[in-house]
Design a protein around this ligand. Sequence first.
Ligand code: NDP
Length: 481
Amino acid sequence: MSLSVQPKASLFINGAHVEGQGTELPVRYAFTGETIATLHEASAEQVAAACAAARAAQPAWAAMAPVERGRILGRAAALILQRNDELARIETLDTGKPIQETLVADWPSGAAALEYFAGLAATLTGHMIPLGRDWAYTRREPLGVCAGIGAWNYPSQIACWKAAPALVMGNTMVFKPSEETPLGALKLAEIFMEAGMPAGVFNVVQGRGEVGAALVTNPDVAKVSLTGSVPTGRRVYAAAAEGMRHVTMELGGKSPLIVFDDANLEDAVSAAILANFYSSGQICSNGTRVFLQEGIKENFLARMAERVKAVKMGDPLDPDTNHGPIINEGQAGKIRAAIEAGQAAGARLVCGGAGEGAFIPPTVFADATDDMAIATDEIFGPVLTALSFVDEDEVIARANGTGFGLAAGVFTQDLTRAHRVIARLEAGTCWINTYNLTPVEMPFGGVKMSGLGRENSAAAIEHYSQLKSVYVGMGGVDAPY
Ligand code: NDP
């Protein structure tokens, strides 16, 4: 069966498929290395044309009744769910992630975002403020054209998570997926059109970092929402600041997962598996620093070593596979270098290691120290670093001893301790006795270097809207002369 998933054209601008005029962009299937599509980057003129189309479409889109905008998003969600099998296959070919995951996690989570914000559409109002004789009110207004820039780990989910709150508020969007995974956003653009979205409301441009940079500094763009690494986030935030643009930054992390002695051992091991090895570890919120209290440490490591033996690495399109390849050779090389550095630094390799080709098995280091690179740097691969601790104050200080602040998790049966510890952790998204669940109802985002702004939930609306205050004079106007 051919793996070709060549789209009609590389870009989607103003309701039409348009071929890119820039450099070639081959799309490779991480499992076989086969080229499954060949796209072309957008030229500078095409980036400008996409922004101009989004700008032209915005007033009419914003003038539509909110419930009508919501209806279109709702129809798009239904189309996604109907076509989930086909879309999941494309997502697997684009990312290399197991079909077992893409069927349940990627597009379904994107559809949930569209459904959630569709439902919220008619509730997005301002406030009436009594002032005695006079009064005031606020109008919640869209920002205008929003630029969305995505990472390669959850390309379609990221596109939906950004588009749903932006569009429901009456903004329009130009989205640039990662050059590694350009296919999902094009599918989303087609589905939006089929759902009745007017031309120009959602546009897709392709390209590497320079295309993203051109988008961020385009004068039509009022807001930039990036999912990516901290270094890229810094650059994009700085470029956006020059035009006083709003930003949402969903960046990387090195999140702590703290396991106290009284934790349910099997659940804690399950959570650590999900927190480190799902999507072959290519998840920003992963709990890659696993702090184990002395009393549970060796049992935890023994169970982990036992349980990872059941991993099934292999063909991502095989429904039994639960561990896929790394997105590309360059990224696999970086992960291998991090594993070598961990061994060279003297950490104990409990299981896993360099692997072969595109595959890196679930890898667990124990007896690491806080200053080792495997405990300080985001690896973005299936590498768990276990650290041991004795008491609560100590582990909180050490968990917070990082520039990142995306996520954190605590495992304990002690109710008060769970909430006490969570309250003191410097992280935007936390879990108690579970890990990495990100339902659309719950705000998602980071603190410190891991970013700003929130995606999902009603909180996301604040980051795609601005308030206009209107003072209403109800009597005469007194002036001094
Ligand atoms: P990158 O930071 O390398 O890239 C992110 C996006 O930004 C890509 O589309 C990239 O384009 C683009 N880009 C690169 N340079 C610029 C620039 N100067 N101006 C505008 N856009 C630019 O991240 P990765 O794609 O490698 O993704 C991995 C990172 O993303 C990890 O650090 C991970 O933690 C983080 N991440 C965060 C999430 C969160 O929600 N907090 C979720 C998922 C990932 P191109 O790739 O085409 O060069």
